[in-house]
Structure formats: structure tokens, C-alpha cells
Design a protein around this ligand. Structure first.
Ligand SMILES: [Zn+2]
Length: 151
């Protein structure tokens, strides 16, 4: 019988590379990110309302969410959590600042701000992403090449 080390196992971080997320899991990942954004808001860190429409922001939030799981794992050092706030969250807040002004609309690429398009509703946007992913599934993960053996 294996002996317990007495420490709780760290929870696995959520998958953070949404480009590799299969269509069948993509809606769940967006829902998880929506919950994470809501949680950030409860910490007085309101995200831009249009966060899900900005690919870079979705990717940053997914990475930050996974990082948080590691930073707050039972075996993590408190410095990990502090670093998560200072390096991860504060930097993201700085970078998404311009998106806070979007206020429910985005400029079309050919006529910036002359005739802004309304931001799509979250559920409709995610459904469209899932359909796209089903039509264009991510490539299968490649196996790592074997490590060269030392002479
Ligand atoms: Zn926006």
C-alpha cells in the first residue's frame, strides 16, 4: 500500500491553449473563462465587457486562469500567488485598458468608429467559435521527438 505524503495533490490547471481545444470542449472552456472573469470582477478587477471577442485577451485570460491554479496549489509558495497578482493580473489590467472604452461596440476595420458594430452576445459568439472549430479542428498534438541519448 503506497504511503501518503500527507500533502494534497495540486489540482490540474485548466487547459490554457484554446487553439488546441476541440470543438466539443470549447463552449465549456469559454464558460470557465466567463466564470473566471466574473471572479476577477468580484475582486474589483472588472474586465472589458467585450473580452471574449478579442483573441489575445481570451488567450491571456486562459493562461492567467491556469497560472492561478498553479499559484494557489497546496504546495505553492506564497510568493507564487503574489507574483500571479503583480505580474499576471496587474499587467493584464494595463494591457486591456483600451478595451474598457469599447463600451459595447467595435469599429469596423474599414471605417474606424464612424459606424461601430455592436459587440455580439456572449452565447452567440461562442456558438460561432464552436461551429468554426468543428469545421476546422485543431491539429493533433505532435509527439515530442525522443531525447538524444548521451554518448
Ligand atoms: Zn472590444
Amino acid at each position: 500500500m503506497p504511503r501518503s505524503t500527507g500533502s494534497a495533490a495540486a489540482p490540474a490547471p485548466p487547459p490554457w491553449d484554446l487553439d488546441r481545444c476541440p470543438a466539443g470542449q470549447l463552449a465549456r472552456r469559454y464558460a470557465d473563462l466567463q466564470a473566471f472573469v466574473t471572479w476577477l470582477g468580484a475582486q474589483d478587477i472588472p474586465a472589458p465587457a467585450c473580452w471574449y471577442t478579442h483573441g489575445w485577451l481570451v488567450h491571456r485570460l486562459a493562461a492567467l486562469q491556469a497560472w492561478r491554479a498553479r499559484a494557489y496549489a497546496p504546495d505553492a509558495h506564497p510568493r507564487d500567488a503574489a507574483e500571479w497578482w503583480v505580474v499576471g493580473v496587474a499587467t493584464l489590467q494595463r494591457d486591456w485598458e483600451p478595451c474598457l472604452a469599447h463600451d459595447g461596440r467595435h469599429p469596423p476595420p474599414d471605417a474606424p468608429w464612424d459606424d461601430p458594430a455592436p459587440i455580439p452576445e456572449f452565447g452567440a459568439f461562442v456558438e460561432a467559435r464552436v461551429r468554426e472549430r468543428a469545421e476546422h479542428p485543431p491539429p493533433a498534438p505532435r509527439a515530442r521527438p525522443p531525447r538524444p541519448t548521451p554518448p
